[in-house]
Design a protein around this ligand. Sequence first.
Ligand code: SIN
Ligand code: MN
Length: 266
Amino acid sequence: MKLTDQQVAHFHREGYLFLPELFTPAEVAVLREEAGRIYAEQRPEVWREKSGAPRTAFAAHLYNEAFRLLAAHPRMIAPVEQIFGEKLYMHQFKINAKSAFTGDVWQWHQDYGTWARDDGMPEPRAMNIAVYLDEVMSINGPLMLVPRSHTGGTLVATHDLRTTSYPLWVLDEATVTRLVEQGGIVTPTGKPGGLLMFHGNLVHGSAGNITPYPRKIVYLTLNAVSNYIRTPTRPEFIAHRDFTPIEPVADDALIRYARTYPAAAE
Ligand code: SIN
Ligand code: MN
């Protein structure tokens, strides 16, 4: 799969690109089913909200076959290789639950702020990919992006260790207000299977989910191999140290796996 010149230009100008329904309902059904199983496990990679509801499952591509296939999927790897012009490795892999009724906020932040400060990543040459496992609606805590906010570099941030169960380098209100006055806020909503890619310096966040509709999203951070992290401080399951270039699987790998999995593919 190759992005058009127009799509590449949109990414560079706005800082994000949304490709609706890139994965089929059968492919997504397997991933959704497997995400539910993973959240039910008690393991260090699964972080919970203060309420106890699942928040994030890290590194599932290392212990789950369906997510291993997703992590090397050519529909995602090829466009990011196209943009960076080199091979990629997986810097971070997480399945965010944003559970019905209890899914908590993600404060305004830039991801590269954390990758630089906590992991020693030299440049913002890592791409965030969001794959929607549930429908993302305007009401169930969609990801909110500030278009064009990636052009101002890495902004001053403070390390918030209190608001949620997950530490995050967050931006202050004055900075967010200034950037939103310039670029507005967009919420790319859509059906399961949608893929959103966004720049490491794009400002984003999401509100809590008080609806009965869960909003699971898989986030993959694909880093250019030459931009490997130099001084990691976080656990290996959060900031990976295996810099081996990803070799894509076949385009139908997930769908073939789904066929061996009747309960989810029905
Ligand atoms: C993130 O920024 O890493 C996650 C945001 C979200 O899932 O809403
Ligand atoms: Mn983020």
